[in-house]
Design a protein around this ligand. Structure first.
Ligand code: ZN
Length: 285
């Protein structure tokens, strides 16, 4: 794996000019995640996953992450009224994504993976990609391919059953909960203080939003579900599941040789990684 920013420009130019390198662009947020954790898991987690996936590929590098994201929404991130949460307007984010993709294209890159770590970013990333591809077409560049994914979408039912034996309340209520806290305990334990975890029932919201928000609907801790059952072992499993699943998908999309080797007809399949049964037994949760 190569960090794009740490290369000298001549080496970088040689790597990307033929359009074959895959560039990962992690994108997150600076957002409160409860009193027990730092405010940057939405950046650190997708960056760590990007680096781990890039290590498994032949010709891949990771660009510096976009460390700010779209405004925290109450039902998925506690809300943008919380202290510490520092957000961009949608327009700013969308143009940031567009500008970076167009710059990478100018260098010769044609394969980009946008690795999202903050739910609220999703459609602004899509819009930035769409604008970039449209404007590149005006410049005669028609072969740019951008993949966008949110890492939690690679956590499938068998893993969810394993990690949430008491029931799963959904990814939107996972803000500062078991998923992110476990991954942070595995990747950056010094940024988590489990003694400060606030154990509370999952947040309850009406099936609509009001603006301005009623801050009382956000649990005082800022987390939307309890991280009490988080562990570094769960984080290790989540990391493995995400890295395996994303690696397979990126190879499937961008590495033609891999495509030929796994499918006879060159048809696209969507491989999903499921932890083997014997591994599930071994892990002490
Ligand atoms: Zn988060």
């Amino acid at each position: 794996m190569v960090s794009m920013a740490e290369l000298d420009w001549v080496t970088y130019q040689k790597t990307v000019s033929k359009g074959k390198a895959i560039i990962f662009l992690p994108i997150g947020a600076l957002e409160q995640h409860g009193p027990h954790m730092s405010m940057n898991p939405d950046v650190l987690i997708p960056t760590a996953i990007s680096e781990a996936v890039a290590r498994r590929l032949n010709n891949a590098m990771v660009a510096p992450p976009i460390a700010y994201g779209y405004k925290s929404q109450q039902q998925s991130g506690g809300g943008n009224h919380m202290s510490g949460t520092t957000s961009l307007d949608g327009e700013t984010l969308m143009y940031t994504v567009r500008d970076i993709i167009k710059e990478l294209a100018r260098h010769g890159s044609r394969k980009i993976v946008m690795m999202n770590g903050h739910y609220e970013n999703s459609m602004f990333i899509v819009e930035g990609i769409d604008l970039a591809i449209r404007e590149l077409r005006w410049d005669g560049i028609t072969d740019m391919n951008v993949m966008i994914l949110s890492y939690w979408d690679f956590v499938e039912d068998p893993t969810i059953e394993l990690l949430y034996p008491d029931g799963f309340t959904g990814w939107d209520l996972e803000h500062g909960g078991v998923l992110e806290t476990s991954l942070m305990l595995h990747l950056y334990p010094h940024l988590v203080d489990i003694n400060k975890i606030v154990d509370h029932p999952p947040a309850k919201f009406p099936p609509y939003d009001m603006f301005p928000v009623n801050p009382e609907l956000t649990p005082p801790s800022g987390t939307l579900s309890s991280a009490k059952n988080a562990s570094k072992e769960k984080g290790e499993i989540l990391m493995k599941v995400c890295v395996e699943g994303i690696s397979l998908s990126v190879k499937n999309v961008f590495e033609v040789d891999y495509l030929k080797s796994v499918t006879k007809k060159n048809s696209l399949t969507i491989p999903i990684y499921v932890p083997p049964k014997n591994q599930r037994k071994e892990v002490e949760l």
